[in-house]
Ligand binder design. Structure first.
Ligand SMILES: [Fe+2]
Length: 155
């Protein structure tokens, strides 16, 4: 059945492509955060191990919301590592960084998702796609707040 929500297919496609980048960034950051939860060491172990767990749980729920918005706009959601690597602006982390470097890399990751979300803002705004703008706003708020909290650990 055709989608008839008041946004033309061309616009829906452009928005879905932007959301796919946000999804890829979020999934990559999810995996990085979970990886750091497993591998962090040092005097801040307990704090960081638990904080990273809170963050990766939030990210795991967020990818579902972004992917399902893409589906509601009528397009397939990317769901493979190959697609995420192609679409993501966040690089994977080889090896095990020191705890302080993990924090810095996560700050950069959260800031990257915010920039990706901001860079795709114009298309849903022009199309009056309020549900996408609402989702982007919420995601930007979470990532900016998380970046602040992580940054605050660095003093
Ligand atoms: Fe765990």
């Amino acid at each position: 059945m055709q989608i008839d929500i008041g946004i033309a297919e061309k616009e829906r496609k452009e928005i879905a492509e932007g959301l796919s980048k946000v999804l890829a960034d979020t999934y990559t950051l999810y995996l990085k955060t979970h990886n750091f939860h497993w591998n962090v060491t040092g005097p801040m172990f307990q704090t960081l191990h638990l904080m990273f767990e809170t963050h990766y749980n939030e990210l795991a729920l967020a990818v579902d919301l972004v992917a399902e918005r893409i589906r509601a706009l009528g397009f397939p959601a990317p769901g493979t590592y190959a697609e995420f690597i192609r679409l993501s602006s966040i690089a994977e982390e080889p090896g095990v960084p020191a705890a302080q470097d993990m924090i810095k890399k996560l700050v950069q990751g959260h800031e990257t998702v915010v920039r990706t979300a901001r860079s795709m803002w114009a298309a849903p705004e022009k199309a009056q796609d309020q549900p996408t703008l609402d989702l982007l706003t919420q995601r930007m708020q979470v990532h900016e707040k998380t970046a602040w909290m992580l940054r605050s650990l660095l003093a």
